[in-house]
Design a protein around this ligand. Structure first.
Ligand code: ZN
Length: 333
């Protein structure tokens, strides 16, 4: 495993530092997908947080690396490039969901390195105390809110026929966190009602999880950040009937129009899930572009309603050569 990682890192490094790599990436755009930037790297290192969270040190390391190899540009510079073509490949940062830590932990570093970013909001959560189920359930089961809250949630899970696996009580933190990750992934098959019920059984945190509209407006006023919609309720769009899908799209679009000065003409599918019907509805709601989660490099010829992105985890932020290895895989014809 360690040797495989080393090979990936070495080929990633070689790729970005070779003429072949530079040629393949010439005029191309790379869109990165992030979610949360936590206050602490140790917290982000755990497997059940690793995919969606990066720590501040890892994030800063990533930003320095990006500045060295890419032109860090606003998303629209990739989607609607001007006449100025740069020698260097372009990269744009995107953040999904609208986490409060984007303002508290990510923004100061984006400002320090002058790296623009786009944040895609699940608009029902903005300015409310509504919570993302995987965060509330995951952290309650991780015992971040105390033994009593954890025991209560385990009881509710049992009633729904989802008993907590014994590995989630393993004394080893890495193994326990990995078991929790797999358990949370399996919960995705529960109905939205059941997931809401479980989230309600978790204790409230002192601060809301999501940004509020005041934060959104001040980030936008900085000129470095722009916003777009990522669903209203974060429902998976492919699972909605036509009417609910249209409600979800217009509610999120309207919230952005009310809350921002210049919302992006880009939709971002919750979970990345989209199909032909969803793409048609998104186009009907006046979005010429939409972001999925399929990986690849943007060269202008892609379907503008299923744009590829590369996800950034704590592991790749700490070792960006792993990211360039993935870009290399995505760049190959
Ligand atoms: Zn999301």
């Amino acid at each position: 495993m360690a040797i495989k990682q080393l090979l990936k890192r070495t080929s990633g490094w070689l790729y970005l530092n070779s003429s072949v790599g530079r040629q393949q990436l010439h005029g191309a755009g790379v869109i990165l997908m992030l979610h949360r930037v936590l206050a602490d790297d140790n917290a982000a290192n755990l497997p059940h947080r690793n995919e969606l969270c990066v720590g501040p040190k890892a994030f800063e390391h990533l930003l320095g690396w990006l500045k060295k190899h890419f032109d860090c540009v606003p998303l629209m510079d990739i989607l609607q490039p001007g006449s100025l073509r740069s020698e260097r490949p372009k990269v744009a940062l995107t953040f999904d969901d609208g986490w409060r830590d984007n303002a508290v932990n990510a923004y100061p570093l984006l400002q320090k390195y002058q790296v623009p970013a786009s944040i895609f909001l699940s608009t029902d959560f903005i300015g409310s105390r509504q919570r993302f189920w995987w965060e509330s359930i995951g952290e309650t089961l991780w015992n971040s809110h105390g033994e009593k809250a954890r025991a209560h949630l385990i009881e509710c899970l049992q009633q729904l026929g989802r008993p907590l696996p014994v590995l989630c009580d393993d004394p080893d933190a890495q193994r326990r966190s990995l078991a929790l990750l797999h358990f949370l992934q399996a919960l995705k098959t529960l109905s939205p009602q059941d997931l809401n019920h479980l989230t309600d059984a978790c204790p409230q945190e002192s601060l809301p999880q999501a940004l509020d509209w005041h934060q959104v407006r001040s980030l936008e006023a900085s000129g470095l950040i722009r916003f777009g919609p990522h669903g209203a309720s974060h429902a998976i769009l492919t699972g909605l009937d036509d009417q609910t899908l249209d409600e979800e799209l217009s509610r999120s679009r309207q919230a952005l129009l009310n809350g921002c000065n210049r919302p992006l003409p880009v939709y971002c599918y919750p979970n990345g899930d989209n199909d032909e019907r969803v793409r048609q509805h998104v186009a009907d709601h006046d979005f010429p572009f939409a972001l999925g989660t399929g990986t690849g490099i943007y060269r202008g010829a892609n379907d503008p309603l299923a744009l590829p992105r590369f996800g950034v985890s704590q592991r790749t932020a700490r070792n960006p050569d792993l990211l360039s290895w993935r870009i290399y895989r995505g760049a190959r014809p």
